[in-house]
Design a protein around this ligand. Structure first.
Ligand SMILES: [Zn+2]
Length: 444
């Protein structure tokens, strides 16, 4: 079994295009690390309002002077050609070349990641440093690419639970020769699922999807519409290895139990992390899950730095979408911290349920051996009573944590002792215990 960093070292330089041999190679390699079902959707398949693209291959691509001096060569780096570039061969004037030669907007020594999946154009990419030296009138361009029928592939890992209702995680494997976006999310997902598969059977079913961005999510969801009503929560994993604190973006339905459980669990495992509303941190496959007709409350976990207000140009991290996104900017330690956060959130989601009290009045805490000495642990003492008074069958563990502005884990720790003493039990549905709400009871 390879570590997350070993998988990154092995797979990162592949030209993992949406539908491509290198993408497939990476996916099959991951399937050796964790039991995975691979779904295939052929080119041209209608998937809701989209269509599965053709398989694209770049056989060679270069820029030369007319006397044969090679300036840019795809063999050196997959990013030198625009993803899904049309083939082209010919001698072009410098002005025409400049319309098809892309550079990074801010970093002069990085090659940008440019993709034209649906625009149908040809193009090369290089560093600004190289482009600025182009002073000849004409150059020779060779782009030998092919478009052909293929199959888009989605890898699915399932951890069966006691119920069919599922929590879905996703990460995208596409993006040629890049690491943090989003091979990092993929390996964190794979490693988290190795742990889930090795652990006790969970309550919910857990599903990991490894896919090409956007079109992969649409392909999978449109072919599994029957599963959608049972997807009760979700988490998209992206950009999890760079040097920034964890960031949790809420779903389109911030009041969901998925949101409440994940937000309060992250507090317990990564107090320095921050939380932001939907579409405020990243924009990715979670959009397909939160969209109309789907509406899975899917949050996103990343390491996107918190942006200051009024900042106009924000990159999720400095090497984003460029040749600077290499294994050097991620670390095993940060990947592991992200995996631990994912597992803590999954554990909280799994435990989250309505807390039903089997006591009336305030519990005689010392009599039950659950009293916390306020002189030793004043916060624990306060939390004990604040949690106790919220156990009424109408609030979940996460509701209580959110209300008290403490972590899910802190609430769970106390409720676990309550449950051990038979003072509370947990229910997937509300079970109000207020006597006045029962038949014959008074008005609230
Ligand atoms: Zn990206």
């Amino acid at each position: 079994m390879s570590t997350m960093m070993e998988l990154i070292e092995e797979l990162w330089f592949l030209a993992r295009e949406l539908v491509s041999d290198d993408y497939d190679k990476a996916l099959y390699r991951l399937a050796e690390e964790v039991p995975m079902t691979i779904h295939e959707y052929p080119t041209g398949t209608q998937v809701w309002t989209w269509k599965v693209p053709e398989k694209w291959t770049c056989h060679e691509a270069y820029l030369e002077t007319l006397d044969g001096r090679r300036i840019i060569d795809h063999a050196d780096h997959p990013l030198h050609v625009v993803s899904y570039s049309l083939p082209f061969e010919g001698v072009v004037g410098r002005d025409e070349l400049m319309e098809h030669l892309h550079i990074h907007p801010t970093e002069p020594d990085l090659i940008p990641f440019v993709f034209k999946y649906y625009q149908r154009d040809w193009g090369l990419c290089t560093t600004q440093q190289v482009r600025d030296l182009l002073d000849e009138d004409e150059y020779r361009v060779v782009i030998h690419t092919t478009f052909e029928p293929g199959t888009l592939k989605v890898g699915e890992v399932v951890v069966p639970g006691e119920v069919e209702e599922s929590f879905v995680m996703a990460a995208h494997l596409c993006h040629p020769a890049m690491v943090n976006d989003d091979l990092a999310g993929v390996v964190v997902g794979v490693d988290a699922f190795r742990a889930l598969l090795a652990g006790p059977k969970p309550h919910y079913t857990y599903r990991l999807l490894v896919l090409p961005e956007t079109i992969g999510s649409v392909s999978y969801l449109s072919h599994n519409e029957d599963l959608i009503p049972k997807m009760v929560g979700g988490l998209f994993l992206e950009m999890l290895g760079n040097d920034s604190v964890l960031a949790l973006q809420q779903s389109f339905q911030p009041e969901s139990q998925s949101d409440k459980a994940l937000v309060t669990a992250l507090r317990g495992v990564s107090p320095e992390a921050y939380v932001g509303p939907y579409r405020s941190i990243i924009n990715n496959d979670e959009r397909q899950f939160n969209a109309p007709g789907v509406r899975v409350p899917m949050l996103s976990l990343s390491r996107v730095a918190k942006s200051e207000e009024n900042e106009t140009v924000v990159l999720p991290y400095p090497q984003y979408h460029s040749s600077g996104d290499t294994p050097a900017i991620v670390s095993q330690e940060r990947l592991e911290a992200a995996r631990d956060a994912v597992l803590a959130m999954a554990a909280a989601f799994d435990r989250n349920a309505f807390v039903v009290n089997h006591f009336k009045g305030e519990v005689f805490a010392s009599g039950y051996g659950i009293w916390i000495d306020y002189r030793v642990n004043p916060e624990g003492h306060r939390n004990l009573f604040r949690i106790m008074e919220r156990c009424d069958g109408t609030r979940t563990v996460a509701d209580i944590a959110l209300d008290l502005e403490i972590s899910f884990q802190a609430v769970w720790e106390i409720l676990a002792t309550f449950a051990e003493k038979g003072l509370v039990s947990f229910s997937p549905t509300p079970q109000p215990t207020d006597l006045r709400l029962k038949p014959g009871g008074g008005m609230p």
